[in-house]
Ligand binder design. Structure first.
Ligand SMILES: [Zn+2]
Length: 347
């Protein structure tokens, strides 16, 4: 009989002191850390965290995306105020989920982190949603192993010649069944996770795709606890949410806005009723400077969640502790570098 266990280990090479931890079940290691654009931070320093927001996005497509398509100084000036307002509203950490070939700009994020006082986290990985418009040609040529080597190198050495390291893997897939290239990205993310301990946040088209992603992770020996189902609110069949959470995955209801608030409250409440709130993440998918639009177009502020949505959560019956779990404890667990392996043991 096979029994699956959840091995939590600290990634090799992060700290010499943790080298013997690979065989242990330790959940709290002195080496535990989070990668922000300004360097490593203690998980305790993160505070209130938004798991999915953007500062800059360029929808031009993988072949044409380039920092030359925008003025970094202008973006800095436009993004700084909303980020400062967010910090004033109580937020301390923002995960910037724009992947490479869609406008990822670690240096700009580092500057904004410094000026706003927020911890900002960037990512490694490729985005396979939107019918693969943002997948670079090299991803078709390379194997999942080669992509994992590429992404792991960013984790070890820094992104694009900087010393800035990713704090999460960000990929994307279209609705299921998964295409070959999307499945390859998921497999590459799983392999990268086993080398780095970075959580895998995947923009996921629907529940069928989410289940397939979790199956690929399992094949690679990665526990569902390493996986964040991004945009889970887009799946209308709620049993997919409970199913993923019961497997141990993180179910992320992002895109929270004044227009969506009622539906988001409902989704969160349903998970709370099932005792699954410790597998839920929330965010707004707000921001951002739209490259190619005059002045960056409409920059949606980040404060709605703190000013309006938290009071709504309390009114709907969530305790202060449950709100704290959604915004502090769950993000901290997700972002702390930790290899989450499935170990098969016979009993
Ligand atoms: Zn997004």
């Amino acid at each position: 009989m096979q029994r699956r266990q959840f091995l939590k280990t600290v990634p090799a090479g992060i700290a010499a002191a943790s080298s013997f931890a690979a065989a242990s079940f330790a959940t709290a290691s002195p080496a535990a850390q989070v990668n922000t654009v300004r360097g490593e931070r203690s998980p305790r320093a993160l505070g209130m965290t938004l798991m999915h927001e953007h500062v800059l996005v360029d929808f031009i497509g993988a072949e044409k995306a380039s920092p030359e398509r925008y003025n970094s100084e202008e973006v800095f000036q436009i993004a700084l105020q909303p980020l400062k307002a967010l910090r004033e509203a109580g937020c301390r950490t923002l995960v910037e989920c724009t992947p490479a070939f869609l406008g990822r700009d670690p240096k700009l994020l580092e500057r904004l982190a410094r000026a706003s006082g927020l911890h900002i986290i960037t990512n490694t990985g490729f985005y396979g949603a939107a019918n693969d418009k943002y997948v670079p040609a090299l991803a078709y040529r390379e194997s999942a192993n080669e992509l994992a080597v590429r992404w792991t190198r960013e984790f070890r050495e820094g992104i694009d010649g900087t010393s800035i390291r990713p704090g999460v893997i960000k990929i994307g897939v279209d609705p299921g069944p998964l295409s070959d290239i999307d499945a390859k990205l998921v497999r590459a993310a799983a392999k990268t996770h086993l080398q780095t301990g970075l959580a895998i946040a995947s923009h996921t088209g629907d529940g069928v795709a989410a289940m397939e992603e979790l199956e690929i992770l399992r094949q690679e020996g990665v526990h569902p606890g390493a996986f964040i189902w991004v945009h889970a609110q887009n799946e209308t069949k709620e049993q997919f949410h409970s199913n993923a959470a019961r497997q141990g995955a993180w179910v992320e209801f992002d895109g929270i806005s004044d227009k969506s608030a009622e539906r988001h409250l409902q989704l969160i409440k349903r998970m709370a009723e099932q005792g699954l709130l410790d597998h839920v993440l929330i965010s707004q998918d707000a921001g951002w400077y739209h490259v190619g639009e005059p002045g960056g177009g409409n920059y949606r502020p980040y404060t709605f969640l703190f000013v309006s949505f938290i009071p709504m959560l309390r009114q709907t019956g969530l305790s202060a502790q449950q709100v704290r779990a959604l915004l502090i404890d769950n993000p901290r667990k997700t972002l702390t570098l930790q290899i989450r392996r499935i170990a098969s043991t016979r009993s």
